[in-house]
Design a protein around this ligand. Structure first.
Ligand code: C2E
Ligand code: MG
Ligand code: MG
Length: 483
């Protein structure tokens, strides 16, 4: 039937050409071609080992998901999953075992998914999950956590049991990008960050997940729980003399939420101030810090100062001074070791507690420090009216000391603050000292006390104890004129 060349140099005879048959044949061939094309296209959109959608199919679905999310006014999430140390482990396996392992992994990664979610393979140990409809802001992190848990159970390949952990990056539509490519890139780089921080962790792209997503009320209730259930921590950052010797420590609040990640104090404090959680929070900070600092004194022949940040709302509470007195009694920390840090702006803003509590605290023997000094744009007369012990030069001034002009000690503001301190008999600490050049320049201007990454980063209580065992402590009355 086929009018094609059947033998070298000869055409097959064309016999009984029935037009109906020809049409039939043509139709059949077209259908076959169509089927082949479909198969080819499916293969192009499928991972050959796992049979899962590949990156191209995922991209289509992600585009659809972003359109749906916009119309439905919800979110869509993309999870990028890589297996930690996969390459190293894979080198010890045969190709067959490696394929088997990847298939098992795909099964585990897909287990927590629901109808409508997509699991895709990017080849080898890399997978992606698309959650097209996200209403609850924690849902992507929860799915990621289930995937991590599923992957942690040992894999059996041949006669071996293999242990793995995963690094997962999450990006969210529309917060982290308005199109598929950007979302993809963000999820991938978040996963890379998770992996470079040691792996076995989830990293969200949205640095301010809480801000972007969470109802304020939810964050408040998490914070309330954290205060009650011990979910908060304190770090301590050294205050040091010019030669690096330790004089004291500033307590800094830390909150690491299992799903939100690290929530910085700059978010916690304003939130707590708005809903009065600042009072239980401030009490917890004060009591915990004083308890730790009392233990430091026992390790050292000379007193070590503890600086605690205090919000204007705390100072304005009618029982604040009584609370400070009570905590000092309870913890047996000598009052002169405690220095309360108030920001200049909080001290002077409307509705601030005024001078009363500051004088009462002084009567207890507690020291008062002005934090972020120079940023409050204020009239300085309060320095004469209030019994201030310390001024902390804001780190923006210190970091404004440019390396090229350091020898000229280029900051008139820093010089002014130092000479103000010296005339009024107030100690001055430079905050945010990061380089030796900055420290030298500050010392040249007459600064005697420093705080910043150069002298020491914030550390946990245990690290402070270790440091104290090694350090030579300088009593601050040796360095400063006692007032
Ligand atoms: P602050 O009291 O001025 O504390 C210094 C901040 O600068 C800390 O940030 C510290 O980690 C950071 N820092 C220290 N040295 C360097 C440096 O060399 N370079 C740079 N770039 N940064 C440095 P953190 O812990 O994020 O605290 C931010 C602010 O939150 C604090 O500023 C303080 O005002 C407030 N805060 C922290 N803990 C508490 C607390 O328990 N209660 C209250 N009311 N406020 C707190
Ligand atoms: Mg401070
Ligand atoms: Mg400060």
């Amino acid at each position: 039937m086929k009018p094609v060349k059947e033998a070298e140099g000869e055409l097959a005879p064309v016999r009984s050409l029935n037009p109906a048959d020809v049409l039939d044949q043509l139709a059949q061939s077209r259908a076959e071609i169509h089927l082949l094309k479909a198969e080819l296209s499916a293969m192009r959109q499928q991972d050959p080992i796992t049979g899962l959608p590949n990156r191209f199919r995922l991209q289509d679905r992600l585009e659809q998901a972003t359109q749906l999310a916009t119309r439905g006014n919800h979110y869509a999430a993309l999870l990028y999953i890589t297996i930690d140390r996969f390459e190293t482990m894979a080198q010890t396996l045969s190709f067959r075992d490696m394929d088997e392992l990847v298939r098992q992994m795909a099964k585990r990664v897909g287990a927590p998914l629901h109808l409508g979610d997509t699991l895709a393979s990017l080849g080898g140990d890399r997978f992606m999950i698309l959650l097209p409809t996200v209403h609850d802001p924690f849902e992507p992190s929860r799915v990621a956590q289930s995937v991590m848990d599923a992957l942690r159970i040992p894999f059996r390949v041949g006669s071996r049991h293999l242990h793995f952990t995963a690094s997962i990056g999450i990006s969210l539509f529309p917060q982290d990008g308005g199109d598929a490519i950007t979302l993809f890139q963000h999820a991938e780089s978040a996963a890379r960050r998770a992996s470079s921080e040691g792996g076995n962790r989830i990293q969200c792209t949205t640095a301010t997940l809480s801000e972007a997503f969470l109802e304020r009320r939810e964050l408040e209730s998490y914070l309330g729980e954290a205060i009650a259930a011990g979910g908060l921590k304190l770090n301590f950052q050294p205050l040091a003399a010019a030669d690096g010797r330790l004089l004291g420590m500033e307590a800094l609040l830390r909150w690491e939420h299992p799903l939100l990640g690290v929530v910085p104090p700059s978010k916690i404090i304003p939130l707590a101030e708005e809903n009065r959680l600042i009072h239980p929070l401030g009490e917890w900070v004060l009591r915990t810090a004083c308890r730790e600092a009392a233990a430091w004194q026992a390790l050292s022949p000379k007193p070590i100062r503890l600086a605690v940040n205090v919000s204007a709302f705390q100072m304005a509470h009618p029982q604040w001074v009584d609370l400070v007195a009570k905590v000092l009694r309870e913890t047996r920390l000598p009052a002169f070791c405690l220095e309360l840090e108030l920001t200049e702006s909080s001290l002077l803003k409307q509705g601030s507690p005024g001078a009363g509590p500051i004088h009462e605290l002084k009567r207890l023997g507690v020291r008062i420090s002005i934090d972020d000094f120079g940023t409050g744009y204020s009239c300085l007369s309060y320095l004469q009216r209030l019994p201030i012990d310390t001024l902390k030069i804001d780190r923006s001034f210190v970091q404004g000391l440019h390396p090229e002009s350091l020898e000229e000690a280029a900051s008139p503001i820093i010089q002014t603050i130092l000479s103000l301190g010296s005339h009024l008999g107030i100690d001055v600490i430079a905050e945010g000292v990061e380089t030796e050049a900055q420290r030298t320049a500050l010392e040249g201007m007459g600064c005697k006390t420093f705080q910043g990454y150069l002298l020491g980063r914030p550390m946990n209580g245990e690290a402070v104890m270790n440091l104290l065992e090694d350090s030579q402590i300088v009593a601050f009355n040796e360095l400063f004129n006692q007032r």
